[in-house]
Design a protein. Structure first.
Length: 69
């Protein structure tokens, strides 16, 4: 079973990196939708994710990581 993590993200960095890869502008809603489709779950404290899915992000996009409560 995968370990659950609570992470805080730099959404602006994710947005910029996705735009660079995709060649189009990404809205904040587009980024949130992409995160959900990639297995991330929004919470009041950040985003919940299974540890293996964290690898989809560039380390510069992650502000903090801790074990989920």
């Amino acid at each position: 079973m995968s370990k659950k993590l609570l992470i805080r993200l730099h959404l602006d960095r994710i947005r910029a990196n996705l735009a660079k890869e995709d060649g189009r502008e990404w809205s904040a809603d587009d980024v949130r939708r992409w995160l959900v489709e990639a297995g991330f779950t929004p919470t009041d404290a950040g985003w919940l994710v299974d540890e293996p899915n964290l690898g989809q992000l560039d380390p510069s996009e992650v502000a903090a990581v801790e074990d989920a409560p």
